[in-house]
Design a protein around this ligand. Structure first.
Ligand SMILES: Nc1ncnc2c1ncn2[C@@H]1O[C@H](COP(=O)(O)OP(=O)(O)O)[C@@H](O)[C@H]1O
Ligand SMILES: [Mg+2]
Length: 343
C-alpha cells in the first residue's frame, strides 16, 4: 500500500532536515517545479520552520500570480510584513507592476541618455517599447527585484516561492557573454573618454554615466552569479507530484541547473495518497494509488539519493500557520531507517 511514510522510507536517504543541518550557511532557498505541485506551500513550510529555529527569514514571492497572502491569510503585498504568530518571519509579495515600471523607467533613462550622447534625434519611446514589449522583460524585472532583495542582506535566510528557473538559467548562461560584452563596451568607452579629454581644453574629468552603468551592471551580474552558484549559500529544491508531467518538468530543470553549476538541493514529492489502514477504497482511488506507485518507482530511479522529502495528499488545502506547521512536520521528518539509526 502506498503511503507517504512508506514512500519516504523508500525514497529519502538524506532528508531536507539533514540537508539544512549540513548546510548551516544556507541563505537562499528556492522552490521550483510545474504549476500546482506545491511550491508555495513548501516555501511557506520551510520559512516557518527556519524562523522557528530562530533565524530571521523573509518569505518572498517573485511570482506575478501571488499566493502568499492567501496562504498566510494576511495581506503581504508590496511590502515586508511580519507574519502573525511566527516570530522572525516576514513575508513579501513583490509588486510586479511596480517592478516593471521601475525597470522601464531605468531603461528609458539609459536610452535617452544614449540617444543624446550619439546625437540621434529619435524619440526614445520607440526603443523603450521595443525593449519592454518582449515577453522576457517581465520575468527579467522580477529577477532584478529578487537580486536586489538578496543584495540588501537584511535577513538571515531568504525563501523564494517559485524559483525564477528559466531566468536563473538564462542569466547564468548569459553572464559569461555579458561579461565579455561589457568588457568590450568598457574598452571603447574608455577610448572615447580619453580622446575627449585629450581634445578638450579644460582638463577636468567628465563623468560618463554609461560607463558607470556598465561597471555597475557587470558587478551586479558577477555578484549574483557568485551567490547563486555557491552551494554553501544557495539551494534550489524541485517539487513534483507522482505524475508524468511534473516529473518531466523537474528532470529538465535539474539537468539545466546541474549544467550551469547551480546548486540543486533536491526533490520533494508531494501529494502521495495515503489512506487510513482499514479504509474501504473506491476503485478510482485504488487506480490512482497504483498509478502513483509506478511514478514513485520512476522517481526512485531518476532521482536516486536526491529525494529530500515526501508529503501526503491532505484532504484539504494547506492554509494558515497551523496547517503549514502540521505539513512541515511531515516534510521535515526523518525516514525510518535514519530515525532508527539515530535511536
Ligand atoms: N499535500 C497537499 N495536500 C493537500 N493540498 C495541497 C497539498 N499540497 C498543496 N496543496 C494545495 O494545492 C494547491 C496548489 O499548491 P501550491 O503550493 O499553491 O502550488 P504551486 O505554488 O506549485 O502552484 C494549493 O491550494 C495548496 O493548498
Ligand atoms: Mg505558487
Amino acid at each position: 500500500m502506498s503511503t507517504a511514510v512508506a514512500a519516504r522510507d523508500a525514497l529519502v536517504e538524506t532528508s531536507i532536515s539533514d540537508f539544512f543541518a549540513s548546510h548551516p550557511g544556507l541563505r537562499y532557498v528556492f522552490f521550483g517545479g510545474k504549476g500546482g505541485v506545491g511550491k508555495t506551500v513548501m516555501a511557506g513550510m520551510t520559512a516557518v520552520r527556519l524562523a522557528r529555529q530562530g533565524r530571521r527569514v523573509l518569505l518572498a514571492s517573485t511570482n506575478p500570480v501571488h499566493s502568499l497572502s492567501g496562504l498566510l491569510g494576511q495581506d503581504v503585498f508590496g511590502r515586508h510584513v511580519p507574519v502573525e504568530g511566527v516570530e522572525n518571519l516576514w513575508a513579501y509579495e513583490i509588486d510586479t507592476k511596480d517592478a516593471i515600471e521601475r525597470s522601464k523607467h531605468e531603461i528609458r533613462e539609459k536610452i535617452q541618455w544614449f540617444l543624446k550622447f550619439a546625437e540621434i534625434s529619435t524619440k526614445a519611446e520607440e526603443f523603450v517599447e521595443a525593449a519592454t514589449m518582449n515577453p522576457a522583460f517581465e520575468e527579467s524585472a522580477m529577477f532584478e527585484n529578487m537580486v536586489d532583495l538578496m543584495f540588501k542582506d537584511e535577513y538571515d535566510v531568504y525563501v523564494f516561492d517559485t524559483a525564477p528557473t528559466a531566468n536563473a538559467r538564462r542569466l547564468l548562461g548569459m553572464s559569461k557573454v555579458y561579461g565579455l560584452w561589457v568588457q568590450k563596451m568598457l574598452k571603447s568607452r574608455e577610448e572615447a573618454q580619453s580622446l575627449r579629454e585629450a581634445l578638450s581644453f579644460t582638463k577636468k574629468k567628465e563623468q560618463d554615466p554609461l560607463m558607470t552603468y556598465l561597471i555597475d551592471f557587470r558587478e551586479r551580474i558577477h555578484h549574483a552569479r557568485e551567490l547563486l552558484t555557491d552551494p554553501a549559500k544557495t539551494a534550489f529544491f524541485f517539487a513534483t507530484l507522482p505524475e508524468a508531467l511534473p516529473i518531466a518538468v523537474i528532470r529538465r530543470f535539474i539537468d539545466w541547473f546541474t549544467d550551469f553549476g547551480i546548486p540543486v538541493g533536491g526533490v520533494i514529492v508531494n501529494g502521495v495518497i495515503s489512506p487510513g489502514k482499514d479504509e474501504e477504497l473506491p476503485e478510482f482511488v485504488r487506480n490512482r494509488i497504483a498509478m502513483q506507485e509506478e511514478y514513485l518507482a520512476e522517481i526512485r530511479n531518476r532521482f536516486d539519493g536526491q529525494v529530500r522529502g515526501v508529503l501526503p495528499l491532505y484532504d484539504a488545502d494547506i492554509r494558515g500557520i497551523a496547517a503549514l506547521e502540521q505539513a512541515a512536520a511531515a516534510l521535515f521528518a526523518a525516514p525510518r531507517a535514519a530515525s532508527q539509526a539515530s535511536g
